[in-house]
Design a protein around this ligand. Structure first.
Ligand code: BTN
Length: 248
């Protein structure tokens, strides 16, 4: 069985930054290469937020993946990653995982993990993606008050403590298999799998960007992975990683 390398670091600034740095230096990485760390000193979340990364507590995971369809595939990519992470957690732990567009992992309506996709060497034919995943396993009590939104950790919903090594390997396999398919077919075959797990399906939501806010009913995603919102009787598609979605 073929498997790309898994690198483990004790402490690093950010596993995403480390892989991006290697790519910017021209290092050739094997597709599916994973870097995990026990702690991050400068963990990064989406929209410029920081991501608390205490030692040995949670999963801090980054994977290198070459996107064969170039930057226009990036929107679908983040949703496919969410689907792959959800499937992994469903298989390993029989948990009913939900996804919040574009790429948050939820359980019981609370955030279990987040995904930060960063692109390098952008061109229209090929670009490199670094896929970062932070998954709450066991959030130390003294840090819980510092988290600015409702969250949940795996250990608090499972009877046993999850094995992080097993989780890393199964995540790598599941991500590689889904991303190989995605490189061949694009997003369309994944739309139903995303919609089945859509946290806000049928609910009234507010979509915010720096410039504007749109209120509408969440109607899933289209075949390219754009969010479908219905407002004033009209359905419209919305793209973009810098948008934020809230329940009304
Ligand atoms: C979010 O929900 O805002 C995304 C969080 C992503 C965090 C992970 S942890 C591993 C990787 N390295 C980082 O610096 N960030 C991502």
């Amino acid at each position: 069985l073929w498997a790309a390398p898994v690198w483990v670091q004790s402490v690093t600034d950010s596993t995403n930054s480390q892989l991006l740095h290697r790519l910017s230096e021209g290092q050739q990485l094997e597709a599916g290469t994973v870097l995990v760390a026990e702690a991050q000193t400068a963990g990064r979340g989406r929209r410029g937020k920081s991501w608390l990364s205490p030692f040995g507590a949670n999963l801090y995971f980054s994977m290198y993946w070459p996107l064969e369809q170039g930057i226009q595939a990036a929107m679908g990519l983040s949703l496919v990653i969410g689907v792959a992470v959800a499937k992994t957690l469903e298989q390993l732990f029989q948990l009913p995982v939900q996804l919040k567009w574009p790429n948050d992992i939820y359980l019981d309506g609370k955030k279990l993990g987040g995904i930060l996709v960063e692109l390098a060497g952008q061109s229209h034919s090929q670009c490199d993606a670094v896929i970062g995943l932070g998954l709450n396993i066991r959030v130390p009590p003294h840090l819980q008050a510092l988290i600015d939104q409702p969250f949940v950790a795996l250990q608090s919903v499972l009877a046993t403590r999850p094995d992080r090594n097993q989780l890393v390997v199964v995540l790598q396999q599941q991500l590689v298999s889904q991303l190989q398919l995605f490189n061949e077919t694009g997003f369309a075959p994944f739309a139903a799998e995303f919609s089945q797990r859509d946290l806000f399906a049928g609910q009234q939501v507010r979509l915010s960007s720096v410039k504007q806010q749109i209120v509408g009913i969440c109607c899933g995603v289209d075949e390219r992975g754009a969010l479908l919102l219905e407002s004033d009787g009209q359905r419209q598609s919305y793209y973009g990683g810098e948008l934020s979605l809230r329940r009304m």
